[in-house]
Design a protein around this ligand. Structure first.
Ligand code: F6P
Length: 532
């Protein structure tokens, strides 16, 4: 991907045109655009398989969209998409490709990377996962005392936790087998201890999931789990540990047996890794067939993203809208509101995907960025959110674009589902239409708040795969528009380094005043005083 002077000039021209256009459209009400354009909703919505994405409730007209699509072209989005799928080293600061889409490509999808058949590699791990999960479900995996394993605890953090945690929770209706699956991520010992308190060492297995296998939180919790196993008379630890990693040497050194090391590759970023063997807890919870349906759903979106023109390409459109509000309307945040209890963990999952990917201020060429990059992603489930923070969305002083996610069919009670659907649609309608009240300003709703609504029948493994892949690709396009590398995360390193130093300093006999700022020093001394 080259960035010629002509490309730069085109981008600057597009942004200037968008800026001028913003001045014209800023006061235009969406309700007026709807009343003068009966086809608006039909034109501004796109189906991918079972999902319908309605982006008609946005502050755009045909001119806006034409300018945004021109910006996508000038920013080299089509070329960036092919670079992503062809395995170019688009993670420039780490000199790697980002090939998570290959993790969900069907068997036989031919793809070579530096002479290696990537599809064969991926499917060999999937086959190992299938074999393991089947044996586990059939009661054929035994712990050190010969009892069948009936519980799996995933120890991991960030990308080695959030994706599997989301999917296991979201797909509870698809549980297969009788294996209990729990998660531990936090360095705060309370989380591990409460899981251990309800576990039986003889029948529990730990998945230690860590791409690097060096992460402090994961290694500390894993060591504590090993200690607990030993204390509970399970000395043959290899029967109780699975490692999921791209650092096999470290996993072996930790004590995992060869048969129980599942691996993935450095071209899979941590927050894009749930499709790899990091997804093992998902497969344990819902079975390998359902896990593969999730992969197939994501692959459907990969194909859409790779092949559709920018003006029919959902991740591209959602990313352009994000830039539109972020740059021109100065919207600092973006809310995701699933009207789906199954997706209650989605906002947390997306906060890592979006903010660890795009919370950056250095361009791909190393220059400091002068424009705004990622908005803050937050959210909560409807209808609970209506009774919590929706007041601010309706009448506050911030413009917050919203994504609504809405299943149209209930798994249990369609009459109640209809109430839920009505509430969701009422919110997007109210945010868009607003309400005039010249007598009482408290009852005035300014409206014109933009939202996208994504509907589907029910949350199935396939739909979940599609939704996550949509957000992954949207995040990638945003990064390309902002000229940043979404696949590194240098911003988390300084805190890790200083934590290591603090741990060392706490254990030294004397804390040197010159080593820390006065506030940190005061707090360290307070700790020591209270823990004599
Ligand atoms: O928070 C930084 C980070 O590197 C994430 O990107 C990653 O998902 C997480 O830590 C866990 O890393 P690992 O899988 O190597 O333990």
């Amino acid at each position: 991907m080259t960035d010629s002077d002509t490309d730069k000039r085109d981008r600057i021209r597009c942004r200037q045109e968008l800026s001028a256009h913003y001045e014209q459209i800023n006061d235009v009400q969406m309700r007026d655009m709807f009343s003068t354009d009966p086809d608006r909703a039909g034109r501004l919505s796109i189906r991918i398989d079972d999902i319908l994405v309605d982006f008609s409730k946005h502050r755009v007209n045909d001119d806006t969209l034409a300018l945004l699509f021109a910006l996508a072209d000038a920013s080299g989005i089509p070329a960036a998409v092919s670079a992503l799928f062809s395995g170019e080293k688009i993670n420039t600061s780490e000199d790697r490709p980002a090939l998570h889409s290959m993790l969900r490509a069907p068997a036989g999808y031919r793809f070579q990377l530096e002479g290696q058949d990537i599809s064969a590699l991926v499917h060999s791990q999937l086959a190992r996962m299938r074999d393991f999960v089947q044996r586990l479900h059939h009661g054929e995996i035994h712990g050190a005392t010969g009892q069948a394993i009936n519980k799996v605890v995933n120890i991991g953090i960030g990308g080695s936790d959030l994706g599997p945690r989301l999917a296991v929770d979201a797909l509870h209706a698809f549980r297969t087998g009788d294996i209990d699956v729990e998660f531990v991520s936090n360095l705060d010992p309370q989380e591990l201890h409460s899981v251990l308190a309800r576990s039986n060492a003889e029948t529990t297995m730990f998945i230690v999931a860590s791409k690097s296998f060096t992460t402090l939180e994961t290694r500390t919790n894993a060591d504590a789990a090993l200690h607990w196993l030993k204390q509970h008379a399970c000395p043959d630890l290899q029967r109780h540990i699975i490692a999921v990693t791209s650092n096999q040497a470290a996993a072996k050194e930790f004590g995992a047996g060869d048969d129980y090391i599942f691996y993935f590759w450095d071209w899979v970023g941590g927050r894009y890794s749930l499709w790899s063997s990091v997804g093992l807890p998902i497969a344990v919870a819902v079975g390998m067939d359902n896990f593969e349906k999730m992969l197939a759903g994501a692959h459907t979106v990969d194909t859409h993203f790779r092949t559709e023109a920018v003006n029919r390409n959902v991740p591209v459109i959602l990313a352009l809208l994000s830039l539109w509000y972020n740059h021109f309307f100065k919207a600092d945040t973006h809310a995701v509101i699933p009207y789906d209890q199954s997706l209650r963990l989605l906002p947390e999952y997306l906060s890592q995907l979006v903010m660890e990917s795009n919370g950056k201020s250095v361009a791909r060429d190393g220059q400091t960025i002068k424009h705004r990059t990622s908005p803050i992603l937050w959210g909560g489930i409807g209808t609970n959110a209506q009774h919590a923070f929706f007041q601010l969305l309706h009448q506050g002083t911030h413009l917050v674009p919203v994504d609504f996610l809405l299943p149209l069919q209930s798994t249990s009670d369609q009459a109640q589902q209809l109430k839920l659907v009505s509430n969701c649609l009422a919110q997007s309608e109210a945010l868009m239409l607003g309400q005039k009240n010249d007598d009482n300003p408290n009852k005035q709703f300014p409206g014109n708040t933009p939202s996208s609504t994504i509907v589907y029948n029910k949350l199935t493994p396939g739909v979940l795969g599609m939704l996550i892949a949509l957000y992954e690709h949207k995040t990638f396009v945003e990064a390309m528009l902002w000229d940043i590398n979404p696949f590194d995360q240098w911003g988390v390193e300084l805190g890790k380094k200083l934590a290591r130093k603090l741990m060392q300093d706490f254990s030294s006999s004397e804390i040197s005043a010159s080593q820390h700022d006065a506030s940190t020093l005061l707090l360290m001394q307070e700790y020591l005083r209270r823990n004599k």
